[in-house]
Write a protein that binds this ligand. Structure first.
Ligand code: SF4
Ligand code: SF4
Length: 118
């Protein structure tokens, strides 16, 4: 497993909670992710557990992104099922700006979660 991230990545993964099949029902993204505890289970606005990406942990490798998703940086063996295609890689600065304008440290509604223990 890679160690703690040393600098901000160019892009990070963002999960659309409306497209996520359900954290405990699927979890393929968690299996694909090489960073420990990077993708966590969070309740969406209806209390359904969906996956969300820790903004402080994601290295932007794209291994969780669905096959065929144009935002992924390289070929990979599996990721979010193409039927759901719930994960996009998004520019890190854009994610930070979205969270700031939403007035949140992150939650499942924006597909990003806050650092563990924050
Ligand atoms: S891009 Fe996806 S697989 Fe890679 S570190 Fe981020 S959440 Fe994990
Ligand atoms: S792989 Fe996709 S559908 Fe499955 S839990 Fe992760 S984000 Fe949700």
């Amino acid at each position: 497993m890679p160690g703690p991230r040393k600098r901000a990545p160019r892009k990070i993964a963002v999960i659309d909670p409306d497209r996520c099949f359900g954290a405990l029902a699927c979890s393929i993204c968690q299996a694909a992710c090489p960073v420990a505890d990077c993708i966590t289970e969070e309740p969406d606005e209806n209390g359904r557990l969906v996956c969300a990406v820790r903004i402080d942990a994601c290295i932007g490798c794209g291994l969780c992104v669905a096959l065929g998703n144009a935002t992924a940086p390289q070929p990979r063996e599996f990721g979010c099922p193409a039927d759901f295609d719930a994960i996009d890689l998004v520019a890190f600065e854009e994610v930070v700006q979205t969270m700031e304008s939403a007035g949140t440290d992150g939650d499942a509604s924006v597909g990003i979660t806050e650092p563990a223990g924050a």
